[in-house]
Write a protein that binds this ligand. Structure first.
Ligand SMILES: [Zn+2]
Length: 207
């Protein structure tokens, strides 16, 4: 099976997760999380899951199809909540309380799997059960969203300036002027669109 390559240019795990659908406001949005295996593939590319954990989850999902499907459904639900929350923040609007409640609930659930583990230099937080619980990739995603939402970096979140794209990203440019999720795709498409509409309007003034 051909695996898709995910574009991870959001700059943060939760934003990259929100960016797994293209052209959300277009007539034909493109969903990249069509099956549970897409969710696992994204998690692998986003380094939430190791190769081995991903393989174990796919094996488990093959035996528990309906459970895997409901994890996918929840993943899309929480992705949309994360999208709406950060889009609101980027547009300086208050997010919906319902979305904040959903995120908080999922973070609380995720944290049941968090443990403080000793390392070579001190201690660190880690998840126990990644690679065995079908929804384990969502723990890191919701934690990332909660951490970012409560951080003082929050004012760096932007929504792509393209009309339909709606991808989210962190603007780390020096003068805070980044407007597109990706200059190569959206930036160029938008420039071309403006160029042609300018051309069209100058033609119509002549005629
Ligand atoms: Zn874009």
């Amino acid at each position: 099976m051909e695996e898709q390559i995910f574009d991870l240019t959001g700059g943060l795990l939760c934003l990259d997760f929100a960016n797994t659908v293209d052209d959300r406001t277009d007539e034909h949005p493109q969903e990249h999380l069509v099956g549970y295996d897409d969710l696992v593939e994204w998690s692998k590319q986003a380094q939430v899951l190791s190769e081995q954990e991903a393989r174990r989850l796919l094996e488990k999902a093959a035996k528990r199809v309906s459970e895997a499907n409901s994890v996918l459904k929840r993943a899309v639900e929480v992705r949309e909540a994360i999208f709406r929350i950060f889009k609101a923040v980027a547009e300086e609007r208050p997010p919906d309380n319902e979305d904040l409640v959903l995120l908080s609930t999922l973070v609380a659930e995720a944290q049941k799997h968090a443990r403080i583990l000793p390392g070579t230099h001190g201690f660190h937080w880690d998840w126990v059960g990644t690679g065995s619980e079908l929804d384990c990739m969502l723990w890191s995603v919701v934690q990332s969203a909660a951490d970012f939402l409560t951080s003082d970096e929050l004012d760096t979140v932007r929504v792509c300036a393209s009309d339909t794209c709606n991808w989210l990203f962190i603007d780390t440019s020096k003068n805070h002027s980044r407007r597109w999720c990706n200059m190569k795709s959206c930036g160029n498409r938008e420039k071309a669109r403006r160029f042609y509409s300018r051309k069209k309007s100058s033609v119509s003034t002549v005629s």
